[in-house]
Ligand binder design. Sequence first.
Ligand code: HEM
Length: 496
Amino acid sequence: MSTSEFVFGGLLLAAALWHARNIRRKRSRLPLPPGPKKLPLVGNLFDVPAKYQWETYARWSKEYDSDVIHLDLAGKSLLCFAQDSFPMLFDLMGWDFNIAFMRYGDEWRIHRRIFNQAFNLKASKKYEPHELLASRKLLKRLLDTPDEFLGLFRQMAGELIISFTYGIDVQPTNDPYVTLAHRAIHTLVTAAVPGLYLVDSFPILKHIPTWFPGAGFKRQAREWRKLSRGMMELPFMETKRQMDAGISPSSFTSDSLNALKDVDAGDPAFYQEHHVQATAATSFVGGADTTVSALGTFVLAMLANPEAQKKAQAEIDSVTHGDALPTFEDRDSLPYVSAIVKEVLRWKNVTPFAVPHRLSVEDEYRGYRIPAGSVVVGNAWALLHDETVYPDPHTFKPERFLLNGQLDPSARDPEAAFGFGRRRCPGRHMADSSMWITIASILAAFDITKAVDEEGKIIEPSYEYASGVVNTPLPFKSSIKPRSIRAAALIKTEEQ
Ligand code: HEM
C-alpha cells in the first residue's frame, strides 16, 4: 500500500467509523447471534484463520450451539464468513454482469429466469450430447498425456461450456475463446482475495483519477477489464454472426435469442439481448472452475478408496461387458457410479461457503438481529460433514447413498453442495449429468492408482486444497492407465 493510499484510507476510515456510530443509534434491541469474543475496534479480525475457514466456523457453531455465528470484522458484520463487496471486481474490472454477484432484485430475476429456462431438469437434457462428446475427447487425451489430467479437466470444462453456450466449434488446442475465458477468470480469482485491494474496504477510492499516485489498482483494473469484456462480447458476436449467416447450431445463446423474437421485445418484464450476453458469459464463470475442482476431487477419492473404484468398475462391466463405453442410457443401471458422484460433491465440496450474499435490510433470525449490510454465508461444508447425517463424514464412502444396491431415497442428498434457496446453482442439473458421464467413462476405461517415484516408492497425495471461493485440489500426482488393451482400443475407436 502506498503512502497516498494510506493517508486517503485513514481519512475514509474516520468517516466510516463516524457513520457506523450514527447507524448504531438506530438499531433494534435484539441481540446479535453468538460468536467468538470481540476485541475493541478490530473485533474478530484476528480470529479468522487463513485457510479452511469453514472448519473453524463449524467448530464455533458447535461451541456456541448455534447454526449462525456472528463475527465483527473491524465494524463490519459477517455471518460465518469474511467477504465484502468488491468494487475492484465489479465496478472497475467489469464483472458486474455476473448474476452470482448481483443483489436480489429485478435485474437478478431476469437473469435467473433465462438460466432456469435453459438449465432446468428437462431443458438440460439437450446438452447431454455435448457432455458425452466432451467426455470421449477427454478419454482420448488421457490416453496420450495421463499425467496432465488436471489440465485436461480444465480444457474439457472450458470446451464443453463454450460449445453448449455458444454452439461454437472449439479448436482441439489453444482455442481462442477458451483461452480468453480462462485468462479472464484468472484475474477474477486473483482479485477476489479479501483485503488485497484497499478500494474494496473504501469504495470511494474507485473515483480517484487513474494518474493519481497510488492508483496502480485502477490501471491494473483497466487492463483486466478488457479480458472480462472480451470473454463476454467476442463469442457472443460469433454466435450472432453465425445466426445471421443461417449456420448457427442450437445453443444456449442462439435458443435464447430466438425465443426473444417470439415475445413483445418492449415488455420490460422480459429479458433483452444484453441479458442473454451476460448470462452466457456467466455460465463460464459458474461452471468452469467448479467442474475442474469436482473432477480433481474424484481422482483423489479413487486414491483414498480403491475399493470404491473396483466396485464401480465391476458395476459398469456388468452392464457394458467391456464392449462399449457407458452412455446416459445406462444411468439407471449404474447406481454405484451415481453414488460416487454424490459422495464427490459431499466429501470435499467445491464451494464450502456457497457464494456469500449481502443483506440489504436489517433482518431477524431466531430472535437474533442480523444487521443490514451483513455478509451472509451458508456453511455448506458444515451441513455436508454433519456426523449425525453422514456418519464418519471425512471418509469417502459412496455406500452412504445406497440401500440394497440401489440409490437410497431416504439418504440426504448433498444438494447443499449447490447452495441454498432461491440462489441455488441454476447449472446444477447440467453439472450433475456432465460429472456423471465423465466419471462413468473414466472408470470404464482407466485404472486410477497412486503414482510411484523413480525409486518405485508410492507418492502419497497430500489431499490439500487451495482454499478460496472455489475449493480446488492443489496439484497432485496420480497414475491413470487404460484398464486393458481392449479398453484402450475402445477409446480410440469411439466415434467423435
Ligand atoms: C460441480 C459443479 C458446480 C458446483 C459445485 C456449483 C455450485 C454453485 C454454488 C454453491 C452456487 C451459489 C449458490 C448460492 O448462492 O447459494 C452456484 C451459483 C451459480 N452457478 Fe453453479 N455450480 C456448479 C456448476 C455450474 C454450471 C455448470 C453452471 C452453468 C451452466 C453454473 C452456474 C451458476 C450460476 C449462474 C450461479 C449464480 C446463481 C445466482 O446467484 O442466482 N454452475 N453454483
